[in-house]
Write a protein that binds this ligand. Structure first.
Ligand code: DX5
Ligand code: ZN
Length: 315
């Protein structure tokens, strides 16, 4: 859940981001509007930079501006962890996506309700995020466009199919307890939620948990054959190898974009020498299927070549 602060008290944004963090938000979604690309004006990089030290949550910037290329360095400098701008702009898109990625941040493109997913096709290799807008950008509190969600969300996932880890489809606009189950069932990774959380008197924490679990239910029963979703932060053991083998496998898996952790295996006594003992190769559970498809054989080959065996579960 990325909490949009667009409908928070704009006179007290520091309090808004702290509150969102306290109530269980996963990220802060920052809606930047320039009065040109959309008929509304919000805040810019200086405000974002000032908010940066008020919370530890990741900052997810959504730039609804005509010239992101001109200002991108400022948003990077402000501490945005992901930066998404619109494919409908009249300037080159690729250089801006590259600058975001070169800075080590996640890069995304957003599409307005009238823009086909196909418009993203030329940029797919440069995308970490696709944001499908289910309202016309510009204002919070509008109603959710059901038909847009149904027509585009699964197709958006296809655009990111090349990424083995960390690709995200975001849905932005009109997400609330009435619409969360539908978007979850369409495989969305990140729900951007604004006005539903800032209703005076509403228990924000409860609303966040409710919307998140409705989305998870939708995913489980629509797309995931009744099985609950796998949290991205859960790690699984992908192999147990000698140190040399573990390092070799880590290099290859990380080159494909899947993060890897190495831990001393508990199968060997605690005082075993680091070079002599075996090491567990851990990867995010959400990328296990992709890793298995791509590196299942390599894992066995490396295990043989370096004198250790793959775990029984790997067969
Ligand atoms: C609209 C913004 C959205 C908006 C979401 O232009 O991009 O992020 O704030 O707010 P709700 O949840 O009210 O639609
Ligand atoms: Zn937004």
């Amino acid at each position: 859940m990325a909490v949009s602060i667009l409908d928070a008290d704009l006179g007290n944004l520091a309090n808004a981001v702290r509150r969102a963090e306290r109530e269980g938000a996963d990220r802060i979604h920052l809606d930047v509007m320039d009065g040109h690309f959309v008929p509304n004006l919000t805040f810019g990089p200086r405000t974002i930079k000032a908010l940066r030290r008020r919370t530890r949550l990741p900052f997810d910037a959504h730039l609804m501006i005509a010239q992101p290329g001109r200002y991108i360095a400022e948003y990077i400098d402000a501490g945005c962890d992901s930066i998404t701008f619109h494919v409908e702009i009249d300037e080159p898109i690729e250089p801006t996506l590259r600058r975001i990625r070169d800075a080590g941040r996640a890069a995304g493109l957003a599409i307005k309700p009238g823009t086909p997913v196909l418009a993203l096709e030329p940029y797919r290799e440069l995308l970490d995020i696709v944001t499908v807008m289910t309202v016309e950008p510009g204002f919070g509190g509008q109603s959710f466009m059901d038909d847009v969600a149904r027509a585009k969300l699964l197709a958006a996932r296809e655009i990111l199919a090349h990424k083995l880890h960390g690709a995200e489809v975001h849905v932005d606009g009109g997400v609330n307890r009435e619409t969360a189950e539908l978007v979850g069932g369409l495989g969305v990774d990140i729900l951007v939620v604004g006005s539903a959380l800032w209703i005076p008197g509403r228990d924000m924490g409860r609303e966040i948990r409710l919307i998140r679990s409705l989305a998870d239910e939708g995913y489980q029963y629509q797309l995931n054959a009744g099985k609950p979703p796998i949290p991205r932060d859960r790690l699984v053991q992908f192999a147990t190898l000698t140190r040399e083998g573990a390092r070799r496998l880590r290099t290859e898996v990380e080159a494909a974009g899947i993060p890897v952790l190495l831990f001393r295996s508990l199968e060997d006594p605690a005082d075993t020498d680091d070079e002599a003992r075996r090491w567990d190769v851990l990867i995010p559970a959400s990328s296990e299927a992709a890793a298995r498809a791509r590196f299942g054989r390599r894992r066995t080959v490396i295990a043989r070549a370096t004198g250790s065996r793959a775990p029984a579960a790997s067969a």
